[in-house]
Design a protein around this ligand. Structure first.
Ligand code: KG4
Ligand code: ZN
Length: 326
C-alpha cells in the first residue's frame, strides 16, 4: 500500500510517500522560513499563498522521488488540524481534488497524532499502551496512548508551549526565527550554570507552564546590555536545561514527539532518565520531529488500513484536539 501524505498546517509545504504504512519512500519539505523570518513569526496569509504556489510541485516531486505514479497510489492522508486555518485549507482542497480525480480514498489526520506517528516510521505501529510527550511550537501535551488511535489527554501547558518559549527568548537574543534550532546550537557551547532560571511548575501536577521561565530569561537578558557571547551561550544552555528538567522530571514519557523533540538537550535528558528507570523510550530521528508529511502519511496509512474513510464534507479545524475525531 502506498499512501501520499500532505502537510500544510504551518510554514512547511510538505508531501511524502510511505509504503506499507511504515517505509518512507520520499519526504519533501519546502520550508517557508525565509519568507517569515523578517516578521519574527509566521504570517498566516503569506503562508497560505505560498502553500498554494508550492504544494503541487512538492507533491509531484514526492511522487517522482518515490518512483510512484498515480495509479500506484492507494490513498491520501492530509493534515486537517490543528494549525493555521487558511494554510490547512490549501492542503485539504488539494487532497480532496486529487482523491476525487484519481478515485482514491482520503483521510484527514490530526497534526499532533501525526507527530506521534513519527515514532511509528519503520514499524507502522505505536507501542501501546504508552505515555507520550508532544512538544512543538504550539503544544506541550502529555498524552496517554491507550490503544491504536485512542488517546486521553493527561496534561498540557497552561500558557506558552515549550517551543514558543524557546522562540521568544531566541528572538530577543537576536537568533532569528524559528529560534529553537539556533538556541540548541548556541547552548552546546554554553555553561548551564551561567544564568539561574527557575524550573517551571514543580507542584506535582501533570500540567506545564513556560511563561514564567520565559520571562525570567528575558529579564536576565535585559539586565545585561551588550552581552558577551559566553553569556548568550550560557543563557541558551540554562534555558534548555530547565525546560528539559520540567518536561522530563515528572512524567516517565516513553514517546517523544513534535518539533522540540529535535532538541539535543531534551533528547539526551529523556534517554538518560528512561535508562535510569529502565523504561524504553522512542524518539524519532531529529529531521522527522519537525513538521513533515511522512508522519502524516504513516498515521493516515494506519487509519486507512482500519477501513477509515473521510467524506467530501470534511473541513479543517484550527484547534482540533488530539483524540477528537482525530
Ligand atoms: O512541530 P513543529 O515543527 O511545528 C509545530 O507544529 O509547531 O515545531 C516547531 C517548534 C519551534 O518552536 C522550533 O523552534 C522548535 O520546534 N524546534 C526546536 C528545535 N528544532 C525545532 N527547539 C529546540 N531545539 C531544536 N533543535
Ligand atoms: Zn508540528
Amino acid at each position: 500500500m502506498q499512501v501520499l501524505g500532505i502537510e500544510t498546517s504551518c510554514d512547511e509545504t510538505a508531501a511524502a510517500v510511505v509504503a506499507d504504512g511504515a517505509r518512507v519512500r520520499s519526504n519533501i519539505i519546502a520550508s517557508q522560513a525565509a519568507i517569515h523570518e523578517r516578521y519574527g513569526g509566521v504570517v498566516p496569509e503569506l503562508a497560505s499563498r505560498r502553500h498554494l504556489e508550492r504544494l503541487l510541485p512538492v507533491i509531484n516531486l514526492a511522487l517522482t522521488e518515490a518512483r510512484v505514479s498515480w495509479p500506484e497510489v492507494d490513498g491520501i492522508a492530509v493534515t486537517r488540524g490543528p494549525g493555521l486555518v487558511g494554510a490547512l485549507a490549501v492542503g485539504m482542497a488539494a487532497a480532496k481534488s486529487l482523491a476525487f480525480v484519481h478515485g482514491l480514498p482520503f483521510v484527514g489526520v490530526n497534526h499532533l497524532e501525526g507527530h506521534l506517528f513519527a515514532n511509528a516510521i519503520g514499524t507502522g505501529a505505536l507501542p501501546v499502551p504508552a505515555l507520550a510527550l508532544i512538544v512543538s511550537g504550539a503544544h506541550t501535551d502529555l498524552v496517554l496512548v491507550e490503544a491504536p488511535h485512542q488517546y486521553t489527554m493527561l496534561g498540557r501547558t497552561r500558557d506558552d508551549a515549550a517551543g514558543e518559549a524557546f522562540d521568544k527568548v531566541a528572538r530577543a537574543m537576536g537568533l532569528g526565527y524559528p529560534g529553537g534550532p539556533a538556541l540548541d546550537r548556541l547552548g552546546q557551547t554554553g555553561d548551564a550554570a551561567t544564568v539561574p532560571l527557575p524550573v517551571p511548575m514543580q507542584d506535582g501536577g501533570l500540567d506545564f507552564s513556560f511563561s514564567g521561565v520565559k520571562t525570567a530569561a528575558l529579564r536576565a537578558l535585559a539586565a545585561r546590555p551588550d552581552p558577551p557571547q559566553a553569556f548568550l551561550a550560557g543563557l541558551a544552555a540554562s534555558l534548555q536545561r530547565v525546560v528539559a528538567d520540567a518536561l522530563v522530571g515528572r512524567p516517565q514519557a516513553i514517546l517523544l514527539a513534535g518539533g522540540v523533540a529535535a532538541n539535543s538537550v531534551l533528547r539526551r535528558r529523556l534517554r538518560d532518565e528512561a535508562a535510569r528507570l529502565g523504561v524504553p523510550v522512542h524518539i524519532p530521528p531529529a529531521e522527522l520531529c519537525t513538521d513533515n508529511a511522512a508522519m502524516i502519511a504513516v498515521c493516515g496509512a494506519s487509519r486507512l488500513a482500519r477501513g477509515e474513510r473521510d467524506g467530501w464534507a470534511l473541513g479543517v479545524t484550527s484547534d482540533l484536539p488530539l483524540g477528537q475525531g482525530a
